[in-house]
Structure formats: C-alpha cells, structure tokens
Design a protein around this ligand. Structure first.
Ligand code: GBH
Length: 479
C-alpha cells in the first residue's frame, strides 16, 4: 500500500446519535420525539422494538466516555435530543434544565478525559409536539423560529465547551425517508398502503428548503453572537454514496451518475456553497422545487465552516428510459448493486443498501473537494454492518474481521484522498462507538466497534475493529 499519512492533529473518534443510544425517553422531563411515536406504530420497526432502553446511555454516559478513552479516541460526536432540552420544542415552551444538564455533564466528562466533543443539534428526533402543532419543517416560518431558539439555548449553555457544531445530520434522510418513502419518522408518503398522510411529490422539497434556511439562520446567529467568544466551527452533515455507471459504455448511465450525485448531495451542498439548487433538479422538478429568495440564498451561501461527510458505500447507476414520476427523488435512474456484467459493488452486509467499495470514498472526497473549492471536510460517519452478526456467538462477534477490513480499506482510501488528491480532510468519526438502535431495522443490525449486550444489562465489549481503527490512526497521524 502507498505510504499514506494524515496530519498529526487529525481528529479521529466515534459517532452516535441520541435516540439510538440514550433510552430514558420520559425521564427527568423529556417528551416524545417523532421517533418515539413512530416506533409505536405497528410494522414500522423490523423487530418491533424502540429506543426506550437502547444502550442506556442516559445512565451510562460515564461508561461511554471511559470506553472512548480506552479505545484511544480523540473526539466523540454525539447528538442532542431537542425534546430532552425543550420537551415541547417551541420558542415559547420551557427549557428542561435536567435534560440540558445531561449533555453538560457528558461534555464535562469528555473534557475531564481529554476527549473533544462534537455536537449535532438534530439527528432526526424532532419534538413530537412540533410535528403535531404545525407539521415541523413542513411549516417553514414556524419551524425556523423554533429551531433557532433551540440552537440559541444550546449555544448559550455550552459556550466554549463545544467547538464543533453540526446543525443537521443528513437532511436527505430526514426528507426522503421521512416525507417521501415513509420508512422513517414521521412516515409521510404518497404510498397509501403505508400511510394515509403525505405527498411525496411536494413535501420532501419543502422540508429541505426549511432545513437549509434554518441551518443558514443558526449559522449566522452562531457567527454573529457566539463565534468570536466561543471560538467554534459549525457545519451541516450530508450523507452521500459513490456512483458507478451500470454500463460504462453508455453515456446516458455516465450522465445519470452525475445527476444522482446532484440529487443526493448537491441538493444541499450547492445552496450551501453556491447559493442555489442544481440545474438538473430544477429541470426535473420545476416549480415543485422551492425557490430561494435573494435573502435566503445569501444566508445559506457560505454557511459551512466545514463539510460534514457521512459515507458508507457505492451504487451502480442506470438511466431510466421513461419520464420521471412525480414521486421520483433520485434523478430518474435506478440504483443497483450489480453492473451490467453482474459484478457486485462489494460483499454483502446486514444492510441491504450497503456493499463496501473503498475506492468510492476517495473518489467522492475528490468530487466534493473539486466541486466546492476544496472545503475543509470532517468525515462525521463511516462504518459497516456485518451479515448475520446478530446471530453469531459472542466470541465470533468480538472477532469482527470483516468490519476491521472495512475500516482498514476505507481509512486508507481517505488518507489517499488527503495525501495524493490534496483533499482537506481534518477529521474522521467512525460509525459507531457501539451497537445501537438502527432505526427501522431495530437491534438486528449492529454497527458498533463495541458489542452491546442488550440482554445482559447493556454491557459494552470492544470488538477487534476498535483496535484496528486505533492502530490505523496511530500509525498514520504523524508529521
Ligand atoms: C446513517 O445514515 C445515520 O446517520 C445513522 O444514524 C445510522 O445508524 C447509520 O447511517 C447506519 O445506517 O434504503 O435504499 O433508500 C446512513 C445513510 C442513507 C443509509 C440512505 C441508508 C438508505 C438507502 N443512509 N440509505 S435506501
């Protein structure tokens, strides 16, 4: 392998999210998020479970921090549950001191152990009250004011204790899975077999417009009122997988690859770096895609101090020969796991959408770097599930060679992007610190470098991959 290296002060560690790990949904005054409500609907979660206990991190955050320290992590990316801090969510609703204190204690514990906190304000768990009150991000005007007030409460409470802020985790998932496909909370969709509520042709585009403009407002507030004294950085985290033409000799498949990146990544990143949605989206969606007012565009443009990049895998892309349907969100193309010759993207995992393709990571980093003028990138998630892991005996789970290999290949690909392609990447958070509630897949799918014994009191046992990750960074991060 090429001799790759990373900057000595490269920030590496692990990521989690509130609803996936905390449990204690109603303790100390927390109120429901849309995920608490969604999990109660029959048939929505594969194994019928929910986040009521999860990893019990609300009670075990000290164990989590000790674990991070044991694994050698330099940073920890966690998310804050809005309805723990402001149970009813709104700008005139009371702040829940006990809920806020949980995150302050967590951050203090991280600092006491020399671990840098990175906080996400919103990882999908919208307060249920705001969804009921006015439809959450479907109502741009109401939603923005509530989100900005929530962010203000957080920034005021943490001051300079947190220097890395993420406004949103994966607006694509919030919007498409929550308001088009209906696979995630709040489950809106045009598919009447799944839900009586929703319009997949309109809602996802509106939701994202609200998210982007609210992100812009929060970043402006942070820069105007907090940045000078608190010295932090703020950005949005976007998911995005690599693309390869199904038939590499078919120019229309090659073109569709670019369109897929625009519909899944540039949908957000173009407004953030260039001030408007991509032309390919305007062309297909017409007036269903909201328009930025001059004021909104100016607010959103330039609103990233860093690009938060979540990345897992790749897909083969085949153009469609028919006109796009009103529900289409991908750019009128098929996402496939095999190319024309029948070659798979990579080996199978427990997640039907995830087949590893490490070189795709390097290529996508370069694509982002080129399109957006070499932004600073922090990889805020990367990781894999493992086929059949949940059914293996514990000794075998702890020997997760497949995951260790995934991290070896992906971290090397990232280091190549930095060393060879001159990509400005300064951090990497593996997903995830530990097995946790994998949303609609429940607990059957594990993503952790640490095994969580759900039947045995949520005890944590590091897997082999945790050691691999530390070894990789310890050898790569040097002058
Ligand atoms: C991340 O999203 C999440 O941030 C994290 O909470 C989660 O636990 C982790 O992944 C592992 O899943 O079903 O074919 O429409 C990952 C990005 C993008 C992965 C959408 C699943 C579904 C594609 N996700 N993708 S499909």
């Amino acid at each position: 392998m090429t001799d790759v290296k990373l900057p000595k002060d490269f920030l590496w560690g692990y990521a989690t999210a509130s609803y996936q790990i905390e449990g204690a949904p109603h303790e100390d005054g927390r109120a429901d998020s849309i995920w608490d409500v969604f999990c109660r609907k029959p048939g929505k979660i594969a194994d019928g479970t929910n986040g009521d206990v999860a990893c019990d991190s609300y009670h075990r955050y000290k164990e989590d921090v000790a674990l991070l320290k044991q694994l050698g992590a330099k940073a920890y990316r966690f998310s804050i549950s809005w309805s723990r801090v402001i149970p009813l969510g709104g700008r005139n609703d009371p702040v829940n001191k006990a809920g806020l204190q949980y995150y302050i204690d967590l951050v203090d514990e991280l600092h006491a152990n020399g671990i840098i906190p990175m906080a996400t304000l919103f990882h999908w768990d919208l307060p249920a009250a705001l969804h009921e009150r006015y439809g959450g991000p479907l109502n741009q005007e109401e939603y923005i004011q509530d989100y900005v007030r929530y962010a203000r409460v957080i920034f005021e409470a943490f001051g300079s204790k947190v220097k890395h802020w993420i406004t949103y985790n994966e607006p694509w998932c919030i919007s498409i899975l929550g308001y088009s496909v209906g696979q995630f909370a709040p489950g809106h969709t045009s598919n009447r077999q799944k839900n009586e509520i929703g319009d997949s042709s309109i809602e996802p585009w509106r939701v994202v417009h609200s998210l982007l403009v609210s992100h812009g407002h929060v970043v402006k507030m942070y820069r105007d009122e907090f940045k000078a004294k608190d010295g932090g950085q703020i950005g949005i985290t976007l998911n995005g997988d690599w693309v390869m033409p199904w038939d590499e000799n078919e120019p229309l498949d090659v073109e569709a690859c670019e369109r897929k990146l625009e519909f899944s990544i540039a949908w957000f990143a173009d407004p953030v770096y260039k001030g408007d949605y991509p032309a390919s989206m305007r062309k297909q969606l017409g007036d269903r895609l909201p328009k930025f007012t001059a004021e909104e565009s100016a607010l959103v443009k330039g609103s990233n101090d860093f690009y938060g990049m979540n990345h897992y895998c790749a897909n083969y892309i085949r153009h469609k020969k028919t006109e796009p349907t009103p529900e289409d969100f991908a750019g009128n193309l098929d996402l496939l796991l095999e190319n024309k010759e029948g070659t798979p993207v990579g080996p199978e995992t427990q997640s039907p959408w995830l087949q590893p393709c490490p070189q795709g990571f390097r290529k996508l980093m370069k694509w982002i770097s080129d399109r957006y003028g070499r932004p600073t990138i922090i990889v805020t998630e990367n990781g894999t599930s493992l086929k059949g892991e949940n059914d293996m005996p514990v000794e075998q789970i702890l020997q997760d060679d497949f995951r260790a290999q995934y991290f070896t290949d992906y971290i090397n690909a990232m280091a190549q992007a930095v060393t060879i392609d001159n990509v400005d990447c300064r951090g990497y958070m593996a997903w995830s610190l530990m097995d946790n509630f994998e949303w609609a897949e429940g607990y059957e799918t594990r993503f952790g470098v640490t095994y969580v014994d759900y039947q045995g009191g949520q005890k944590r046992h590091p897997k082999k991959s945790a050691k691999t990750v530390a070894e990789l960074f310890n050898s790569m991060c040097r002058d």
